[in-house]
Design a binder for this molecule. Sequence first.
Ligand code: PGA
Length: 260
Amino acid sequence: MNQFSRRIFVAGNWKMLTTPAEAAALVKALKVKVVNIHQTEMAVCPPFTNLSIVAELLKGTAIKLGAQNLFWEEEGAYTGEISAKMLLGAGCEYVIIGHSERRQYFGETDATVNRRLKRALAAGLLPIVCVGETLAQRQAGETEKVVETQVRGAFAEISPADFAKVVIAYEPVWAIGTGVNATPEQAQEVHAFIRRLLENLYNRELSAGCRIQYGGSVKPANAAELMRQPDVDGALVGGASLQAESFAAIIKTAEDLDKG
Ligand code: PGA
């Protein structure tokens, strides 16, 4: 918790990894390691095929369940797609939207992020909306411009009441899966920029209340310095969330931070 009552939130993005058996083993190992976590919010986001099995294993724990994507239509003839209702039925509370890998490999745009976001909110799922610049964009000095466009596009026509439910993840593309994290200063700079932008788009209270996770090569060794930054409210963790040991260590780091 920090001075704006933003509860630190650490979520694991398992991406296209884990079979059902591996997912079960991972979550069984994780849940015993985090029984004493009370302040930090925790979630895991397995692939669709593992949601139900993980939901079952998470019963009675404080770990929440999220999905990695959803389709914007309510239901129907959309072969291969997954609806908000299906995710809710599988036990999801959260859903990641607009991850850079979806933007890079699956044609996700700010407009489709916005459509997915609207559906998630209408259905009662809590969205984790991802934004972040590529290395070329950073080197060209375009980080703020890119992030601003992504944020404005994602939240177009999203009401203040709906916006209050949203979590944002700032994930510089060059830091994802590379082992090279943004420095705490780089992360703080962009998080503060996003918060100023949100104040502009909404108001001071909603901006101050919005949780902004950092994502991109978060590991136990760098988690404290990143999450200690005033505008960094947790982490979206990829690689290091696939091992119970390292994910639990990041969660414990968050729990031990005194940002008040
Ligand atoms: P990483 O991935 O922690 O493996 O860099 C983060 C993410 O893609 O959410």
